[in-house]
Write a protein that binds this ligand. Structure first.
Ligand SMILES: *[C@@H]1O[C@H](CO)[C@@H](O)[C@H](O)[C@H]1NC(C)=O
Ligand SMILES: *[C@@H]1O[C@H](CO)[C@@H](O)[C@H](O)[C@H]1NC(C)=O
Ligand SMILES: *[C@@H]1O[C@H](CO)[C@@H](O)[C@H](O)[C@H]1NC(C)=O
Ligand SMILES: *[C@@H]1O[C@H](CO)[C@@H](O)[C@H](O)[C@H]1NC(C)=O
Length: 432
């Protein structure tokens, strides 16, 4: 495998990206000699040797303990708690004996809910009186820390702040064909609030299409048909499926990375486009739980949605527009705020012997919407154990074979921002 040969002698860059709850794609894991001997020949080292070494030396207890530590608090991007996480990752890499650890700052526009005014959805009667109001935060269900005051109000990242009132229309997964179907049914979404299920396409595109068709707001929920397929007894804390009171947080940015520096690293001196030209939606959006979506769906009027559009809540899903009771309406009040803040990539380097200026990159992001047990901290905990095994392997190899210690190499990963463009790790130097 040419690919693995190339990687073998290059430098390994470990990176943890802060900020934007971005997605990281691990592309491949590569090599290192298993049982290092003096005068080991590089040609004799197989991929299987490396896999065996890594698998034998990975200690699940270390991953478990790291994950426990990483999830004891919340780490919203750009906050002091996120910076603590960066320092922790950096100090672990220093202890493990990486050759360099850097903190690379970026100035980014991040979105936060108001600390004092929650994002709410209300059902109003014909006199404008509030009949029902959605939950401001998710309910604590199991661990005491779920009631932590650090948990932000439920929000969708980069939703425009606005307070809109109107009729509601159900658009299923909010794909183009779903909007077309609603239009073909004679329902115009212009001036309406769109209620969509999350789960088929990225939420940014749902909001983008709603806005393009004249919608004034978007409410997103996750239907139990998709997110609690084994029924209401098989949800958190009894299983990993979504409980009725959980809301699907997420971003509705239309491009990866910082919205004010599209396609470029968000360094301090970068050219920034004005915020109103940024690839961000202009209408408000909010996520709600399926127990709250039931409150809306169970009151909706208009024709029944097609059979396929019915979810597993115990109601007939109607398209709308509007609620059955005449004169009743829906109010969507979003109080998010975009703020410039600093976030850091933490970059750890193991220098290669033969091609030290070519890089193999492994990494993921470390900010979390809340505690981040699964996304991203399960990945961060695994990465910290992998870097420990790589440094241990290098230590052993150097001790046993000073003459010809082959160089460590590992993995290519793409954080969605920053690392590929940073001074330390230019994309044209990565080997895989
Ligand atoms: C938003 O509008 C609703 C309905 O008019 C009103 O009850 C609510 O107080 C408004 N919210 C804020 C923060 O002004
Ligand atoms: C339907 O679901 C709602 C919300 O979970 C619940 O309050 C209600 O009791 C259910 N009704 C029936 C008939 O099961
Ligand atoms: C947005 O948030 C920042 C930081 O919390 C705060 O300083 C600013 O006043 C807020 N702006 C608005 C319009 O709420
Ligand atoms: C590798 O060796 C260095 C230097 O002795 C040490 O600080 C580091 O903890 C070792 N790393 C591992 C994973 O054993």
């Amino acid at each position: 495998m040419a690919f693995t040969r190339l990687c073998q002698y290059s430098s390994t860059i470990l990176c943890a990206t802060g900020g934007l709850a971005c997605i990281c794609v691990v592309m491949a894991i590569v090599m290192f000699p298993g049982d290092p001997k003096v005068n080991i020949r590089r040609e004799d080292v197989t991929l299987t040797d490396v896999e065996d070494y890594v698998i034998k030396n990975i200690n699940p207890d270390n991953i478990r303990q790291t994950l426990r530590y990483l999830t004891t608090g919340t780490h919203l991007g750009g906050t002091e708690q996120e910076l603590d996480m960066a320092r922790y990752i950096g100090s672990r890499w220093q202890q493990q004996g990486l050759d360099q650890v850097h903190f690379v700052p970026y100035q980014v526009l991040l979105s936060y809910p108001s600390p004092t005014i929650p994002n709410l959805i209300k059902i109003l009667d014909s006199a404008g009186q509030v009949v029902w109001v959605s939950a401001a935060k998710q309910k604590p269900l199991y661990a005491p820390e779920e009631a932590s005051p650090d948990i932000p109000f439920t929000f969708i990242g980069y939703s425009a702040p606005a307070n809109v009132t109107g009729d509601v229309v159900y658009v299923y997964y909010g794909r183009e064909e779903d909007f077309d179907f609603v239009a073909a049914s004679g329902v115009d979404i212009s001036g309406k609030i769109v209620l969509a299920r999350y789960g088929a396409i990225f939420r940014s595109n749902i909001v983008e299409m709603a806005e393009a068709r004249g919608g004034i707001g978007v409410i997103l929920y996750s239907d139990p048909e998709d997110y609690a397929p084994e029924g209401s007894n098989f949800v958190y804390p009894h299983s990993y499926y979504m409980p009725p009171s959980a809301a699907p947080f997420g971003t509705i940015k239309l491009l990866d990375g910082d919205p004010l520096t599209p396609y470029y690293p968000a360094t301090e001196s970068a050219f920034r486009i004005p915020e109103d030209e940024a690839p961000l939606p202009k209408i408000p959006a909010q996520c709600i739980s399926y127990e709250d979506a039931w409150q809306i769906l169970s009151r909706m009027g208009g024709p029944a949605a097609p059979e396929k559009w019915q979810g597993s809540l115990n109601v007939t899903y109607n398209i709308g527009p509007g609620l059955r009771e005449s004169g009743w309406s829906l109010n969507l009040d979003v109080n998010n705020n975009n703020t410039m803040t600093t976030t850091y990539n933490v970059v750890g380097v193991m220098t290669g012997q033969e091609e030290p200026d070519r890089y193999v990159v492994l990494g993921n992001h470390y900010d979390a919407w809340l505690f981040g047990g699964l996304d991203p901290n399960s990945g961060t905990a695994a990465m910290l154990e992998l870097s420990r095994v790589f440094t241990q392997l290098r230590n052993e190899t150097v001790l046993l074979s000073r003459l010809e210690a082959p160089t460590v190499a590992s993995v290519l990963c793409l954080g969605s921002r920053g690392v590929r463009n940073s001074r330390l790790c230019r994309v044209d130097r990565t080997v895989c």
